[in-house]
Design a protein around this ligand. Sequence first.
Ligand code: G3P
Length: 243
Amino acid sequence: MKGALFPGVFLKLKLPVLFINFKAYEEATGKKALALAKKAEAIAKKSRASIVLVVQATDIFFLSKKSFLPLFAQHVDPIEYGKHSGWISPGSVKQAGAIGTVLNHAEHKLENPVLEKAIALAKGAGLLVMACAENLERARQIASFFSKPDFIAIEPPELISREDVSVSTARPGLISDSVNAIKQIAPGITVITGAGIFNSTDVSKAIELGTSGVFVANKIVKAADQKKAILDLVSGLKTDKKN
Ligand code: G3P
């Protein structure tokens, strides 16, 4: 995959990849964020699976000192350093230890002009960018931006946090159509999918449909046994078909 250029460094992630979104869940905040990071880290170490933690901005610095797993911010604002009280600058999350950021998550939506500016500034700060798209049309629009993200995550909002059905089973056509559309417009963008991903079959199906990883929250963060949940999902990454 193509990565963001940053003073002499070409950032890239091993694929397929499991992005764990800590959201603002209490079970994934502060000390509990560290406990979850350590569980994921132990599994990544043993299985050699590629796992990225998508954490709250306030936890990035602390987690970056305690865990070797790559960290993404959940959002950054389209600002540079300066007079912007209360905003999150791309440079600040980079300095805190994040290697990337999510933008336009369904729970933090951005209009296209704002999103494109945020992508440009985040990449300028040396961050990888994963932009979320709620449908095929939005995926096409984002892939056509002049400032392109490194990843597009296809996430139909109505399937987020569902435990009975996942995007892989409910909308396989959305996944394959998005992969084809994005590859035609911008072949360098890596496609990820998320929403309701609940077991290893959901993960392997997403990969068979052409994506290079999954974006998961509920199944892991809210699990009674987080370690078991991560192990289950990671086992789904091991498919013969790699994108
Ligand atoms: O960011 C990942 C996401 O929104 C999917 O959430 O809880 O359905 O795994 P969840």
